[in-house]
Design a binder for this molecule. Sequence first.
Ligand code: PEP
Ligand code: MN
Length: 343
Amino acid sequence: MIIIIKPGSRQEDIDQVIKVIEDVNLRTHVSAGQEKTIIGVVGDKARLNIEGVSRMSAVERIVPVTESYKLANRRFKPEGSHFQIGDVHFGQGEFVMMAGPCAVESEEQVDATAAAVSAAGAKILRGGAYKPRTSPYSFQGLEHEGLKILRRVADRYNMLVVSEIMSEEDIEEVCKYVDILQIGARNAQNFRLLSAVGRCDKAVMIKRGMSQTIEEFLGSAEYVLNEGNERVILCERGIRTFEDSTRFTLDISSVPVLHEKTHLPVIIDPSHAAGKASLIPALSLASVAAGADGLVIEVHPDPPTALSDAAQQLTPETYTNLARRIYALRATLGTDYPVLEED
Ligand code: PEP
Ligand code: MN
């Protein structure tokens, strides 16, 4: 359930509400929005005197949240999440471009990519150092060395770093180098990993599992939020369907659906969805039109020689061209995000 606090309530009265709830071993998460303060309550409410809480002076009303995801629920933050890392803003209508190679292969490769994509407006450098490959015989990534390259290059171009973490045991090391921890599609329901990154002081981008429903996807986000980490980004990257002309099927409708259901920013990865470079521009523009909060696109200085995902990576030139069209489309559309009234 969520508790809507009366506007203008004194902090000590709000603290009293929190105390009553925590006294019966429930957990509270406070969202202090511009217009409203909302307290999310999670746990078994059997021992809570809800009637008593509803009569406390700071309480405007109590709204039950029937969905399985509570803290990810749009009702908890009707105005949408917003957070900032360095000078990059996420959510509430801000738009972010993440770009970079599928895998870190060398400093020269990452540098050439970063130079081009940052000049074209990308503020976040992507690149896999730990690669979740379908075959154990494929290139597995440069691991620790790859992280160091990403950080050095990103600092050179004043960019943030997003990179995948595959295992709980790597958390301490990966956190030294990245700004955003990526949970890959194959780990989207690795609940121990999700909880562990929920205890980190880094933003988390969760990629949708290839067979995950939207409700299950929000369950993954809930694991991170429930540990107290509020900086969560959702990434739609295509789901498995019967269609085999693309690598996965990009679920464009997930953007407006997620915007209705959750306050979290929604980023689209057209690269892994399409699996084919020629399709990336159309899917990127469609994502922007659908209201995505950003895009993550794979770019490689020489795609045919890439050690992974060669077919889907854009050349720097194609990326630059596409970025221009993306910004032009954004400017034409303006931003219009739903702010839901609680019922
Ligand atoms: C990636 O972004 O590097 C990646 C492996 O994507 P996904 O987890 O969506 O397959
Ligand atoms: Mn890839």
